[in-house]
Design a protein around this ligand. Structure first.
Ligand code: NAD
Length: 497
């Protein structure tokens, strides 16, 4: 059995401690992954520190050229990467290729490094004085990423961090590390100097080593809310810059005038795609009025029952398994709790057996109707193929429900009415909003981030906020006096007054 190694300073390095990596479609352990201790993390930090002075001075245009080659290598290796994602995560091949394509968008954005790092310049702000602001790198920065997007989420972080002149250490999820490692190898193949990017696999021990190391100046985290909050508080306590993106409970509001057929199709993909293991998955449909709720249930049921479910690496499927047996059991526990709390279980995905893959971590699509806000299936992030319907009487009630929820990652409204849509966009307390768009994941040149307990920190991920996060500003004010002029000492505060 192979062990997935760390990639530090261009070298493959192993560790004594390992964790099992599963194929969730069969339930078998297929690899082991090395788990870094503090000393291994320090090796990566030392390599990054050694590479930093030269990388910081490398022209942005040269850094961008490496990203151009990286993009080409990612595209050339799409099938191989998608296969690895699908094998270890369980999502379908098409879905895996989709996440890679969205990740490549971030590499494309990073290719604009010379443009995005131009800074700001003002001439003659005072007599013979010019002023400008530089975007300078932070130094060594690190990213800690979740299992559910092993390609895309790391690509939100390091292409941009690196073109901004930083050196990067990535701690990917230990559950599906192979595609993440392959992608990092491609970046070195594209010409990145070795110590500029290292990958250390691991668990809490590796993460804590990154938090504690004074040389690590910033942490980007994406994962569950409890860990996001921990990393934010521990990191900022040590003076680091931290952006920590957490969990979600994303609501779709269905207005009585929604185009129902299109809405049902949109909800199917958004609720059950990737087995619901997306931070932007729709897990609550809020129906305004009984009529649209009844019509929605009627149309959803046959589609949920008809979901094509199987091993992610087979083609033509809608849904694969959940990532681990523990994840499947956790979701099953929520379905049990929903039944016990009195919600109406319309489609029950428990106990699904996929012929030929009986030992895989499968669960069928599940639908609850008449869910109320105090039930755990409503309050908690389930992170599985479970859609809850909540019935309300008005748009205002729907919005109150969403605004009262602790999470504020994504939401959307389905309507034909511009006035309702506009009110929703203005007043909803959520970071990413769709109008007739179920998964409003911003493109790479806008930034991604939730509100409330879906994000800890001030700056969102990637795009313009990403540039701000991975750089610090330096404001330079410069005077070149004319030779003949001599100015007397000035004791009043300098101004143009
Ligand atoms: P997770 O929080 O379990 O793990 C995320 C990372 O933290 C992993 O690298 C893991 O090794 C590390 N980690 C785990 N336990 C730790 C601990 N005790 N101390 C320090 N580090 C620890 O999340 P996950 O299960 O991999 O991913 C699913 C979660 O991620 C969901 O809650 C989902 O909503 C969230 N997510 C959020 C976004 C977003 O943009 N807001 C995007 C993707 C996923």
């Amino acid at each position: 059995m192979t062990t997935i190694t760390h990639l530090i300073n261009g070298e493959h390095i192993s560790s004594e401690r390992t964790a099992d990596v599963y194929n969730p479609s069969t339930g078998e352990v297929i690899h082991r992954v090395a788990l870094a201790d503090c000393a291994t993390v320090q090796q990566a930090i030392d390599a990054a520190q050694a590479a930093y002075p030269a990388w910081r001075k490398t022209p942005a245009a040269k850094r961008a050229q490496i990203m151009f080659r990286f993009k080409q290598l990612l595209e050339a290796n799409e099938a191989r990467i998608a296969q690895l994602i699908s094998l270890e995560h369980g999502k379908t091949l098409e879905d895996a290729a989709g996440e890679l394509k969205r990740g490549i968008e971030n590499v494309e954005f990073a290719c604009a490094a010379p443009e995005i790092l131009k800074g700001e310049y003002s001439r003659n702000v005072g007599p013979n004085i010019d002023a400008w602001s530089d975007f300078q790198p932070l130094g060594v920065v690190a990213g800690i990423t979740p299992f559910n997007f092993p390609a895309m989420v790391p690509l939100w972080m390091y292409p941009l961090a690196i073109v901004c002149g930083n050196c990067f250490i990535l701690k990917p999820s230990e559950r599906d590390p192979s595609s993440t490692l392959l992608i990092a190898e491609l970046l070195l193949e594209a010409g990145l100097p070795k110590g500029v990017m290292s990958v250390v696999h691991g668990d809490k021990e590796a993460v804590d080593a990154l938090i504690e190391a004074p040389q690590v100046k910033a942490l980007s985290f994406v994962g569950s809310t409890s860990i996001a909050e921990y990393i934010y508080s521990e990191g900022t306590k040590r003076g680091k810059r931290v952006q920590a993106l957490g969990g979600a409970k994303n609501h779709a509001v269905l207005m009585p005038d929604a185009d129902l057929d299109n809405t049902v199709n949109a909800l199917m993909g958004a609720a059950y795609g990737s087995c619901g293991e997306r931070c932007m998955a729709i897990s609550v449909a809020v129906c305004v009025g009984e009529q649209i709720a009844d019509a929605l249930v009627q149309k959803l049921v046959p589609q949920i029952q008809g979901l094509k479910i199987g091993a992610g690496t087979n083609t033509g499927l809608d849904m694969g398994p959940l990532v681990t047996a523990a994840a499947r059991d956790r979701v099953t526990g929520y379905i049990d709790a929903g039944v016990a709390a009195g919600a109406e279980l319309v489609v029950d995905g428990r106990g699904l057996s996929v012929p030929g893959n009986e030992t895989g971590f499968f669960l069928g699509g599940t639908l609850f109707d008449k869910v109320s806000p105090e039930m755990s299936i409503y309050t908690d992030e389930i992170f599985g193929p479970v859609l809850c319907i909540v019935r309300v009487d008005s748009l205002e009630q729907a919005m109150q429900l969403i605004n009262d929820h602790e999470y504020g990652n994504g939401t959307c409204i389905f309507t034909r009415d511009g006035e309702s849509a506009r009110l929703f966009c203005d007043e909803i307390e959520v970071g990413m909003v769709g109008v007739n768009v179920p998964l409003p994941v911003p493109v790479a040149y806008h930034s991604f981030g939730g509100w409330k307990r879906s994000l800890f920190g001030d700056l969102h991920a990637y795009g313009p906020d990403g540039v701000r996060f991975y750089t610090k500003r330096k404001a330079i004010t410069q005077r070149w006096p004319q030779r003949a002029s001599h100015e007397a000492a000035q004791f009043a505060f300098p101004s143009n007054g």
